[in-house]
Write a protein that binds this ligand. Structure first.
Ligand code: ZN
Length: 78
């Protein structure tokens, strides 16, 4: 394709195709958003045990989650 074609005005057929693609993409984007919205919510079992604290915690200090255990034995367990 010659470079000049990039700057030529779109034909009616091209405009129609672009609008059609946009109409197809929108519901797909919404579906993807809805999927990840649910996927990134913590499940009941995760939130019940321990909420992960700030990343920078001294591992021998008490865990900031309030469990009373040392961080490395609580939320710091890998
Ligand atoms: Zn903890």
């Amino acid at each position: 394709m010659p470079m000049n074609d990039l700057f030529a005005p779109l034909t009616d057929a091209e405009l129609k195709e672009i609008r059609q693609r946009q109409a197809e993409i929108e519901p797909a984007v919404r579906a993807i958003h809805a999927y990840w919205l649910v996927a990134r919510m913590p499940t009941a079992s995760q939130s019940a045990t321990c909420i992960r604290p700030e990343p920078k915690v001294v591992r021998n200090d008490r865990c900031p989650c309030g469990s009373g255990k040392r961080h490395k034995k609580c939320c710091g367990v890998r």
